[in-house]
Design a protein around this ligand. Structure first.
Ligand code: SDX
Length: 429
């Protein structure tokens, strides 16, 4: 029997359906609230509001659980690969060997971009943040690939998915090469996904370049743990833009812009900038923990806290271990990593952080690994975008396949009540 909740307003009672998800999460269905009561709900930042039913990713913030299509992130990181996880997120099941081979081939054959697309990079100044050309070129893909724009045509969608997965690393690497005045390096389709990206990023024509297989594996793992995270800010943006039936390229371009913010995917860059600031200030970790607790300072510990995780972000735990492995392998003693460790230790024992359940999130350690691998700071959010692309695609595809209505939230109006136009000569000074 369907469960309901009773709501009493102005002496009248209303019954609202109670829904239960596959992990026993419960939700109050307010789809009919305004029609029944004339009221809306208000939930700034949507901390209490579910925007959809989704079968893609499950997070238990209290227990620090993250699963893609039911598979624990720890198992996928130990046994899977980024493209296999991309397939899982987008199509819902782990692929057979034949399906995975076909999927990899379909992605790999789309790694080049149209030569005319390169001209867009010339319009950007050398010091442009690479997230700007990334978003611009992804949006421009819709003008070069007009045979894959119809969100309701499965063949168009399939083609757009493979083109995006194939081209995003190329688009990203070209943004970096433009910023350092080096020639664009074409993709080499004999290489695996992450290795191909590394050679586009770091090889130069006059010299031979050998991808380090262990670093390529680490980067593949980093992409994998970033691949989806249910209804985060950028995924919700992709869903919202897609709900107007904008094409997939336009929706992903919007997601890239949302991810750029320092409170979201830009935090990995923010963490390193914060660690460097602490290092430049004598490594005084206690001073910056105190600053972070002082609301008037406007300073936050980047890489700390999360809307959903009120326990350790499982990805942070995994990346902390990966950090030790990568820096050990590269023989790097990174003073910023020592500061990061001291910062974490101090914050995790501080009442302010404990009572607010603020723990390191995915961004706290990822930047240290990226830096050790030679990526420049402003490429960190770009790396996050490459990793998150399959999740954005899966979320957009699920929204389209569920024929969801255009997203159009309501508001509580607090502006002036009706008033009438005053001619200029009757207005005060
Ligand atoms: C990502 O949503 C996702 O899933 C995102 C992500 C993904 O995979 O897509 O996980 C990736 O974006 C991770 C988060 C990266 N951002 C940062 O590291 C930036 C620093 N963190 C914060 O700005 C903050 O914690 C957020 C943005 C992550 C979460 O913000 P919320 O949920 O709106 O929390 P809040 O701002 O309401 O903070 C609650 C309290 C406040 O104190 P009080 O007003 O209760 O006294 O905690 C405090 C905040 O001041 N607080 C912090 C803090 N984060 C929260 N205080 C100091 N330092 C921090 N980092």
């Amino acid at each position: 029997m369907a469960q309901t909740a009773q709501l009493t307003i102005d002496g009248r009672s209303y019954q609202l359906p109670l829904l239960t998800g596959s992990e026993e999460e419960r939700a109050l269905d307010i789809t009919g609230l305004r029609q029944q009561t004339g009221l809306i709900t208000l939930d700034s930042g949507y901390g209490n509001t579910g925007s959809c039913r989704s079968a893609i990713t499950f997070i238990d913030g209290e227990k620090g659980i993250l699963r893609y299509r039911g598979y624990p992130i720890e198992e996928l990181a130990a046994h899977s690969s980024f493209l296999e996880v991309a397939y899982l997120l987008i199509y819902g099941e782990l692929p057979s060997e034949q399906q995975l081979t076909a999927f990899k081939n379909n992605v790999t054959c789309h790694t080049m971009i149209h030569e005319d697309l390169k001209h867009i990079y010339q319009a950007f100044p050398p010091d442009a943040h690479p997230m700007a050309p990334l978003s611009a070129v992804v949006s421009a893909l819709s003008t070069f690939y007009q045979d894959a724009l119809d969100p309701l045509n499965p063949e168009h969608v399939e083609l757009a998915i493979c083109r995006l997965l194939g081209k995003l690393p190329t688009i990203a690497a070209y943004a970096y090469k433009k910023s350092i005045g080096q020639p664009f390096i074409y993709p080499d389709d004999r290489l695996e996904y992450a290795a191909n990206f590394l050679q586009m990023m770091f090889s130069v024509p006059p010299e031979p370049y050998q991808v380090d297989p262990e670093l390529s594996h680490t980067l593949d793992q980093l992409f994998l743990v970033h691949a989806d995270h249910e209804q985060n800010c950028s995924a919700s943006t992709v869903r919202m833009v897609g709900s107007s039936r904008a094409n997939l390229f336009a929706s992903i371009s919007a997601g890239i812009s949302a991810l750029w913010g320092p409170l979201h995917g830009g935090a990995n860059q923010g963490v390193l900038e914060m660690l460097q600031r602490i290092a430049d200030d004598g490594g005084n970790v206690e001073k910056y923990v105190a600053l972070a607790k002082d609301k008037s300072s406007g300073f936050r510990l980047m890489g700390f806290g999360h809307r959903v995780y009120k326990n350790f972000d499982p990805r942070a735990r995994m990346l902390k271990q990966e950090c030790d492995i990568v820096l050990g392998k590269l023989g790097i003693e990174d003073p910023l990593l020592d500061i990061a460790r001291r910062l974490e230790e101090t914050a995790l024992h501080d009442e302010y952080f404990i009572e607010r359940k603020l723990y390191p999130n995915v961004d706290f350690y990822s930047g240290t690994i990226y830096r050790a691998m030679g990526f420049p700071l402003n490429m960190f959010p770009v790396l996050f975008a490459i990793g998150r692309l399959p999740g954005w695609i899966a979320q957009w595809k699920e929204m389209i396949e569920h024929h969801e209505r255009i997203a159009r939230p309501r508001q509580l109006y607090v502006g002036p009540q009706q008033r009438h136009y005053l001619p200029l000569d009757q207005r005060g000074s």
